[in-house]
Design a protein around this ligand. Structure first.
Ligand code: GAR
Length: 194
C-alpha cells in the first residue's frame, strides 16, 4: 500500500444530511498521520443538519445546498468541487440521490455507507424492514456509487447479529457505532490504492 503523506493526502468532500456521526469520525481519523485522506469540504442539503457543527468546530469549509432544483444545485456543487480539487466524495448519511451526470464525473470516486447487508434492503428505513422481516443478521455496507440506488461495487461489509429484543432504533444505534469505526479505515485504505 502506498503511503500518502501531508499534501499528498487525497482531497475529500463529505456529504451529509443530518446527524453527522460518520462525518465526526472521518474528521477525527483524517487528523491522524496515517490517514491517506483529508477533508476539504463538507456538503449538506439540510441547513439544520447537526453534522454541520463538526465542520464548524473543525474549521472545515461547508456548503449548504438547496437540492430542490437538483440541476442547479449540482452545477454549483461541481463548480466548487473542481475549484477545491476534490478527488474523493464520501456520502455519510446523505439522503439525496445524485444525478447520473454527476456520478459519471466522479466514477469510482464516490463512496456511500448504507445500513444493511446489501443487496438486501436498499433505500429508506432499512433497519425497520430488517426487523419486520425477522432477519437474524444485519450490518452495514460501504460501496461505490453508481447510477442505480445502493447497487455499486461493494468494498466492505460488516455483519452483526440481531438480538431478540432489538428494535429498529436499538439496531440502528449499534450498527452506527461500527459504521463510525470502520468508515474511516475503509476510506483510508481505498484511497491509498487509487
Ligand atoms: C448511517 O447509519 C448511514 O448508514 C445511513 O444514514 C446514517 C447516517 O448517520 N445512510 C443511509 O441510510 C443512506 N442510504 P450519521 O449522520 O450519524 O453519519
Amino acid at each position: 500500500m502506498k503511503k500518502l503523506i501531508g499534501t499528498n493526502k487525497k482531497k475529500t468532500s463529505v456529504f451529509i444530511s443530518g446527524n453527522g456521526s460518520n462525518l465526526r469520525s472521518l474528521i477525527r481519523y483524517s487528523k491522524l498521520k496515517k490517514s491517506t485522506f483529508k477533508i476539504i469540504l463538507v456538503v449538506s442539503n439540510n441547513k439544520n443538519a447537526k453534522g454541520l457543527s463538526y465542520a464548524k468546530k473543525n474549521k472545515i469549509p461547508y456548503l449548504i445546498l438547496n437540492y430542490k432544483i437538483k440541476k442547479k444545485a449540482e452545477k454549483k456543487l461541481l463548480y466548487l468541487l473542481k475549484q477545491k480539487n476534490i478527488e474523493i466524495i464520501c456520502l455519510a448519511g446523505f439522503m439525496k440521490i445524485l444525478s447520473s451526470n454527476f456520478i459519471k464525473k466522479f466514477k469510482g470516486k464516490i463512496l456511500n455507507i448504507h445500513p444493511s447487508l446489501l443487496p438486501k434492503y436498499k433505500g429508506l428505513n432499512a433497519h425497520q424492514r430488517t426487523i419486520d422481516n425477522k432477519e437474524k443478521y444485519s450490518g452495514f455496507t460501504i460501496h461505490l456509487v453508481n447510477k442505480k440506488l445502493d447497487s455499486g461495487k461493494i468494498i466492505f461489509q460488516k455483519k452483526l447479529k440481531i438480538f431478540i429484543n432489538d428494535t429498529a432504533n436499538i439496531l440502528e444505534k449499534r450498527i452506527r457505532k461500527f459504521e463510525n469505526k470502520h468508515y474511516p479505515l475503509v476510506l483510508s485504505k481505498y484511497v491509498a490504492n487509487l
